[in-house]
Design a protein around this ligand. Structure first.
Ligand SMILES: [Zn+2]
Length: 132
């Protein structure tokens, strides 16, 4: 958990966020032990921007990964971690495409406190592929 959070902090340093100044890093652990990093990538048109969590997921899926064990997320204004930085609703939905309700999401604040949540806690009653 701490190792994964450390990787998320490393990913945060790569943030491209000239508009909001908010830097976010994510480290996604696959079932076979690989780690994919993601950061937020903003755009002048705002709409094309992508969150760190989705960057990590899309990178992993692009390389053939489909099964995931956990994700760690940190973030903050100007790259300074303050409070816990939970994923946005869009990223929660992307997680629900590949992960079950028990998927762990690790967050860390500026005091080094770690929060371990599940996708089911953050996205109850998710709309998933089981609906098809
Ligand atoms: Zn997001």
């Amino acid at each position: 958990m701490k190792d994964l959070l450390q990787k998320a902090k490393e990913a945060m340093t790569q943030s491209y966020s000239p508009y909001s100044g908010v830097k976010v890093g994510a480290a996604l652990l696959t079932k076979n032990g690989k780690i994919f990093l993601g950061t937020n990538v903003e755009n002048a048109a705002f709409g094309p921007s992508c969150c760190a969590e989705r960057s990590a997921f899309f990178s992993a899926v692009s390389q053939g990964e489909r099964e995931f064990s956990a994700i760690a997320i940190v973030g903050g204004k100007d790259g300074k971690i303050a409070d816990f930085f939970p994923p946005c609703g869009v990223c929660r939905q992307v997680m629900a495409e590949f992960c079950g309700a028990d998927f762990p999401i690790y967050l860390e604040n500026d005091r080094g406190e770690v929060k371990s949540l599940t996708l089911g806690e953050l996205l109850p009653h998710a709309f998933t592929k089981e609906k098809f």
